[in-house]
Design a protein around this ligand. Sequence first.
Ligand code: SF4
Length: 215
Amino acid sequence: MSERRSPRIQAVGTMKEMMAAYYIESKNAADNNQKVAWITSGGPVELLIAMDVIPIYPENHAAMCGVMHMGVELCEIAEQMGYSRDLCSYARTDIGSAVSGKGPLMGLPKPDFLVCCNNICGSVTKWYEVLARLFDVPLIFIDTPFIHDELTDNALSYVKGQMTHAIKQMELTTDQRAGESSGRPDDRRTPRLPGQRAPLAPVPESERGDVGLEQ
Ligand code: SF4
């Protein structure tokens, strides 16, 4: 009987090029005066994109570590730090990579801040607290209620409040006003070349203050 093979996925080559460009850009972010935020896989990444912040997904990276057969080594680093084997292996892989700098990409770029949204599971809350302590960077947390039955107006308005607060925290962390033009000719409302950056307006002094960023 002939061996059955899966058809080759034609997009693989292009996807590899895109991923390489993405990680190179994120590793060079500081040189390009751009910020990097690590974000949970179900978090509202649109906010980061709108603020010209490069999003990094530790969960994607952990999957990549697994594919490259590095998962066990990285999980064991986290386990030696005291994190239980019962915890999510993505979290253990990521913590192991973050403290050791090991991984297929020699570790992820250091985050300027973290965005954690608990709409995917509860583990991410503690995982991101660990990262915030490790990197000594602000943690922006977005709490979302579990919808057991139907979406209620209360739940909707609660999440709206969480998002508004998160945007405010991001503005203060990046010193950029979300969606507001800087007035400079190279801002985001002006047509740009690919890769060209678009500064947003800074946050006015009168609006700066403590919005409860965890650090
Ligand atoms: S258990 Fe939670 S933290 Fe782990 S991979 Fe799944 S969603 Fe992410």
